[in-house]
Write a new protein. Structure first.
Length: 77
């Protein structure tokens, strides 16, 4: 069975915005955002929750770039 992910909003083809109306954001919401980022190749996501007492928001970044090894210098004896 193939799953379909539908983001609420994609801004400027660079940021996925996911809108929620829950009592609080959960790890399930985080996982959903990471799945959207992985599936689209977009690196930045924004979770907005309007259901809590105050507006909740989280910025998520997912990049496929491996950490740079050029910054690590070898130890020479």
């Amino acid at each position: 069975m193939k799953k379909t992910y539908i983001a609420d909003l994609i801004a400027f083809e660079k940021v996925i915005v996911e809108l929620k109306a829950e009592s609080e954001l959960t790890s399930r919401d985080d996982a959903q955002m990471f799945n959207y980022l992985k599936a689209t190749g977009i690196e930045v996501g924004l979770l907005l929750n309007f259901g809590a007492e105050k507006l909740q928001w989280k910025r998520k970044v997912f990049t496929k770039k491996p950490p740079s090894t050029s910054q690590v210098s070898p130890i020479v004896y």
